[in-house]
Design a protein around this ligand. Structure first.
Ligand code: DON
Length: 309
């Protein structure tokens, strides 16, 4: 097996030289200012080591990657009852699509499209003020990463609040079907803030370790969720984590993964590693262009695809 450190370093070098970098998201004004020349990669391996290269300590906006952590928390609150509120099928549509929602009576297809994540946030809120729910989300991520410096970027949260008309429409639409129990403003405010959590690749790879190790943090040996729940979250990441690019991601990378419009991807190589990559330029499906290419190379070199060599 090749040396992980060398593989990570080589991939980061190659990615930093490439000209095809995709386009940064501009619909959230604060994200439009991010330099697309950056690239970071961090791999937290099963033996406790972490291989990092490039801009792996630069915090970026995790955006939809936060939906993995909110799903984990909501399953803790509601258990399998959660699946009455949100489906678990791939959508084949853009992450912010509204069409399917009308056909399916306001019940979102899966927890990772925006509508589904709003329903998940509503479950976490259940009776708590937004500030408390947000505190719980942040505490969970800090605990998973064992890093209390992880924070919310208020500029990004405000930027999205000021321009997130599509999410406002989705939330109101779901409220009209009785799918949201809390006030629409509470749900949106909490959602915009958890999307605005800033993390580096190193922090994100550490936070994802419980998904790679049957719900346990391999460093502390602390069980965060059951093995069965970790397996199911990984299944949803594989089938729905890249929206209408999920098939292509599974075909090319072969790992459960969740992307965000900030250009990050959290990928899980079960029993091997938790991987975070960040390259701000996106492909037409809204997923990190170089992030996906880097993960494809890493999975191939390390023989980590869940579908075999
Ligand atoms: O709600 C939004 O549009 C953003 N806060 C998150 C979208 C996102 O990250 C989609 N991922 N590729």
């Amino acid at each position: 097996m090749p040396q992980l450190d060398a593989v990570v370093r080589d991939i980061a070098e190659e990615m930093s030289r490439r000209d095809d970098r995709g386009e940064v998201a501009t619909y959230i004004p604060q994200l439009a200012h991010v330099d697309p020349g950056q690239f970071g990669l961090a791999v937290a391996a099963a033996d406790g080591s972490i291989a990092c290269a490039g801009h792996s300590d630069t915090p970026f906006s995790i955006q939809s990657i936060s939906k993995v952590f909110t799903l984990t928390l909501a399953l803790g609150v509601a258990g399998d009852q959660l699946w009455k509120r949100v489906g678990r099928e791939p959508s084949g549509n853009a992450f912010n699509s509204i069409v399917q929602l009308e056909l399916e009576q306001g019940v979102p297809r899966n927890p990772f499209i925006n509508a589904g994540a709003l329903a998940v946030t509503d479950v976490i809120l259940s009776g708590h003020p937004p500030r408390e729910a947000l505190g719980e989300i942040l505490r969970f991520i800090r605990f998973a990463a064992q890093d209390d410096s992880i924070h919310i970027d208020e500029h990004v949260a405000r930027s999205e609040k000021a321009t997130g008309f599509r999410n406002v429409a989705l939330a109101n639409f779901m409220k009209s079907f009785g799918v949201l129990q809390n006030p629409v403003d509470y749900v949106l405010g909490t959602y915009f803030h958890h999307c605005a959590i800033a993390m580096s690749c190193r922090q994100l790879a550490l936070a994802g370790r419980f998904l790679a190790h049957s719900g346990r943090n391999p460093d502390t040996n602390c069980s965060m969720i059951s093995p069965e729940r970790a397996r199911r979250i990984n299944a949803l990441m594989l089938t729905c984590g890249h929206y209408d690019g999920s098939g292509e991601f599974a075909y090319r990378v072969g790992l459960p993964g969740k992307s965000g419009v900030g250009g990050g991807i959290l990928a899980v190589a079960p029993s091997h590693a938790s991987i975070a990559v960040w390259a701000p330029g996106l492909d037409p499906t809204g997923n990190s262009h170089l992030g996906r290419i880097a993960l494809e190379k890493l999975a191939r070199k390390m023989k980590w695809s869940i579908f075999g060599e």
